[in-house]
Design a protein around this ligand. Structure first.
Ligand code: URA
Length: 237
């Protein structure tokens, strides 16, 4: 004999409650087994709290504003936020703007940028389809390296950019970018050419193009690093 509608409804509600508790234990739906904050529904259950929306690149740029969070604002001409596809699979991260970048407000448009452009062309990539950013967004005077307090002030914005773009691979250019992003003091000689991870995203540290301008015989190493990157992207399309 089949159950009455009331019994059937009771069983369904019990199953639903067990299902929600199970999902809560898995960390889904924003519902915890103990009852995480959510929206109360008519039947008294907690509905899932909506996942917070990731800020867009425009919003991150707006948040930076006329940034004065470190001393570099005093000597810069333009803040260099970054450019490229907001949905890029591949993201490059340099150290900080040089003289030409400071004048134009765009990343990698000086001599190092020319070399990066050549590399992209040889890899069959267009600049517009990748994203290019730096650890610090204002030029360190005299092309010195950014100082720890300057990196600390700017790094949260780079991290937000990564979160907005969600690239499938990140390539760091030079020691400063690799060590800042990976939060390590390991020398670039050890990191270069080896897969690392930032928040689950594969990271390939390689040489900075400025270094490769000075030591052209090292270029084949960056070429090899980029082959690994391109193979990874092809395998994980
Ligand atoms: N070097 C960098 O690290 N970034 C630039 O944008 C230009 C040169």
């Amino acid at each position: 004999m089949s159950d009455s509608p009331a019994v059937e409804l009771g069983r369904l509600l019990r199953q639903l409650r067990e299902f929600l508790a199970y999902q809560g234990r898995l960390g889904w739906l924003g519902v915890s087994a103990a009852g995480a904050p959510g929206t109360a529904t008519a039947c008294g259950e907690e509905a899932p709290a909506p996942a917070p929306r990731r800020p867009t690149l425009e919003e991150i740029r707006a948040e930076m504003g006329d940034c004065r969070r470190c001393k570099l604002w005093r000597t810069r001409t333009h803040l260099v936020f970054g450019e490229g596809s907001p949905t890029a699979a591949l993201m490059f991260i340099g150290e900080g703007p040089g003289a030409e970048e400071d004048l134009q407000g765009r990343p990698f448009v000086g001599p190092a940028g020319q070399l990066l452009n050549n590399l992209l062309t040889k890899l069959g990539l267009r600049r517009e389809e990748v994203y290019i950013a730096n650890v610090v967004k204002s030029r360190p005077p005299g092309n010195r390296e950014p100082e720890p307090d300057e990196i600390a002030a700017c790094l949260p914005f780079l991290k937000k950019q990564i979160e907005a773009i969600q690239p499938r691979v990140i390539v760091t250019l030079g020691r400063v970018a690799a060590q800042a992003l990976l939060d390590t003091a390991t020398p670039l000689t050890k990191l270069r050419g080896t897969w690392q991870r930032y928040q689950g995203i594969p990271v390939m540290p390689t040489f900075h193009p400025s270094y490769l301008l000075r030591f052209p015989r090292e270029r084949f190493k960056t070429w090899e690093d980029m082959q690994k990157v391109m193979e990874f992207l092809a395998r994980h399309e």
